[in-house]
Each structure stands twice: as structure tokens, then as C-alpha cells.
Ligand binder design. Structure first.
Ligand code: NDP
Length: 297
């Protein structure tokens, strides 16, 4: 089967590599062509000159870009995917995108007989490298079955969440929980430090108690306590996810007080720290406000 992959970023690169290793006939396109060339040096992949070139003849086209805006632009812009996608092809959007944009993209593509699946992922760069991502899909069950062999190259848990946009909605809402857990655990740690409990001891207690989360068990010990803050998932992307989660809740008309606050906090941290830092660096803003460093000391 011919597959195209667009967007060789932090998570897209290892996902595309796993598709090539699963022995699909892969064409890759990335805005910065060096990354496509680098991938093609290590696995069998054709470097496409444009999105349209990548999609030519492909049964499944995967996008993994920062936001739905870039997906719209590589799909419908000049030399875009839509100009060469054949009727019967599937656009699988692994971007953590916006459900409203996804519904609009799906409707436009349907006019030329192309199916759409929103399929954002979870599990980070390590999960992508190991082929162990969770893939949360929105769309038609029969379309998912046709795309499943490709998703299985990088996903261990593939879940049909609902109609088009449902995957993007639950991804954003789930990442709002990540933002809330991360920041609230940080608040607990700086308060504990001022009360005389060192961060590593406070984490030991939290991780043996009901307040534990992926932030307390993994992210803060591995990225904050070590002061490494490795940029594998950018703060700008988490800010975007929380913004989408807020819009989803507002559209649904459901209470969203924590989500709104998380949006405000992460938007400010993003504005202060810039686009390239890791999401865990947001806690540096809290440390500055508290006058406490969440370190090993
Ligand atoms: P990165 O910022 O590392 O990479 C972004 C990719 O998009 C790069 O390939 C970049 O190209 C390309 N790109 C950026 N702007 C444009 C544009 N205007 N036109 C075309 N291509 C563009 O992002 P990630 O790989 O980390 O994330 C991708 C998606 O996956 C996001 O929606 C994110 O929220 C989600 N995600 C990320 C996770 C992670 O751990 N990193 C985990 C789960 C989901 P170039 O190389 O030229 O810059």
C-alpha cells in the first residue's frame, strides 16, 4: 500500500519511520526538506517535492502538523494534497487539531470522494519510537478499518471515539487535564517546600497517595527535578490544546472553570517563555512567583 506522511516534527518523524519499517511504500514531505532527506537515508522512503507530489497515488495520507491551520494549508493551498488525492484515498490527521476545522476539512474532501479520519496521538516521542502510541479516532468505523494497518505501525491502542472531530475533541480535553495536573502539582510542591518538605520527598508522598498523576510520577521527576526540561513537547502546543479544550467545552455549554484557568495560565507562560521550550518549563513561571526552585536540593 502506498502511504504519504507530512510533518516530520518531534513526534511525526518517529511515526513516519515506523510506517517505513512496516514496509509500506512511503513518500514523505516536510516543510524543511533536510528532515525528509535524513529520514530517507535511514529507511526506505521517497522524498516528495510538494504535498501534492507526496499524495499522488497514496491510499492513506497522514498529516502531523502543529495545528489544523497548517493542515488546511497543506491540503488546500497551492500544490496541496487535495490537488492529487484520488477518490477512495483517506486523509488521516494525526495533528492534535481543532474539531470544528476537522469537520470542515472532512466536508470539503468528501466532495472529491476522499475520506477523513482525525487521529491524534498520545504517548510522546518515546511512545512513537516504540510503536506504542494511543490513537484516538474520529470518523467512520469502516474508514478506520481501512486505515488501521497504517495506524498499527505506530499505535498500540487504537480507539474509535465518535464522529469526525471526536478524536480531536478528546485529545484536547485530555491535554487540558495534563496542564491542570502539571500546574497544580507544581503549586503543591512549592507550597510544600515553603512548609519544609523538599520536592523529592513531597513527590514520594504524593506518588503513594491519591493525588498522583503522570505529572507527579514521570514528568516532574524526569524533567523538572533534574532541571533538564528536554523540549520533546513544546509549551506552545500544550497552550494550543488547552485553548481548543476550552472552545470544545464552551461549544458544549458545559462548566469549564478549571479549563479556562489552565488556558489563562498556559497562555501567559507561553507568552513569557516563548514557543520552543518544553511544556514542563511552565513551572519555571510558578517557581519565580513562589521564590522556590523545584529541584533535587
Ligand atoms: P513540532 O513542532 O516538533 O513539528 C512540527 C512539524 O510541523 C514540523 O515538521 C514542521 O516543519 C511542520 N510545520 C510547522 N509549520 C508548518 C507550516 N506552516 N507548513 C508546513 N509544515 C509546518 O511538533 P510535534 O511533532 O511535537 O507535534 C505535531 C503534532 O502532534 C501537534 O499537533 C502536537 O500537539 C501533537 N503531539 C505532539 C506530541 C509530542 O510529544 N511532541 C505528543 C502528542 C501529540 P519544519 O520541520 O519545517 O519546522
Amino acid at each position: 500500500m502506498k502511504v504519504a506522511f507530512l510533518g516530520l516534527g518531534a513526534i511525526g518523524y518517529p511515526m513516519a519511520r515506523r510506517i517505513a519499517q512496516a514496509e509500506f511504500e512511503l513518500a514523505v514531505w516536510n516543510r524543511s526538506p533536510e528532515k525528509s532527506a535524513e529520514l530517507a537515508r535511514t529507511v526506505s522512503a521517497r522524498v516528495a517535492a510538494t504535498p501534492a507530489d507526496a499524495a499522488r497515488g497514496a491510499a492513506v495520507i497522514v498529516t502531523c502538523l502543529p495545528t489544523s491551520e497548517e493542515v488546511e494549508s497543506v491540503t488546500f493551498g497551492g500544490d496541496g494534497l487535495a490537488s492529487t488525492m484520488a477518490s477512495g484515498a483517506i486523509l488521516v490527521d494525526c495533528t492534535s487539531g481543532d474539531p470544528r476545522a476537522s469537520r470542515s476539512i472532512a466536508a470539503r474532501l468528501a466532495k472529491q470522494g476522499v475520506d477523513f479520519l482525525d487521529a491524534p496521538v498520545s504517548g510522546g516521542v518515546v511512545g512513537a519510537e516504540a510503536g506504542k502510541l494511543t490513537v484516538m479516532c474520529g470518523g467512520d468505523a469502516a474508514v478506520l478499518e481501512r486505515a488501521r494497518p497504517v495506524l498499527q505501525a505506530f499505535g498500540a491502542k487504537i480507539i474509535l471515539c465518535g464522529p469526525t472531530g471526536a478524536g480531536h475533541a478528546i485529545k484536547a480535553l485530555s491535554n487540558a487535564l495534563l496542564a491542570i495536573h502539571l500546574w497544580s502539582t507544581g503549586e503543591v510542591l512549592v507550597a510544600a517546600a515553603k512548609a519544609g518538605v523538599a520536592p523529592s520527598i513531597a513527590l514520594d508522598v504524593i506518588n503513594g497517595s491519591a493525588g498522583r498523576s503522570n505529572s507527579s510520577e514521570n514528568l516532574i521527576p524526569q524533567r523538572v527535578l533534574t532541571r533538564k526540561f528536554p523540549s520533546t513537547f513544546r509549551l506552545a502546543l500544550l497552550d494550543k490544546d488547552v485553548r481548543i479544550a476550552e472552545a470544545v467545552a464552551h461549544e458544549a455549554g458545559t462548566p469549564a472553570r478549571f479549563i479556562e484557568l489552565a488556558h489563562l495560565i498556559f497562555q501567559r507562560a507561553h507568552a513569557e517563555l516563548g514557543s520552543e521550550v518544553d511544556h514542563t518549563a511552565a513551572l519555571q513561571v510558578l517557581e519565580r512567583e513562589a521564590g522556590v526552585v523545584i529541584g533535587r536540593g
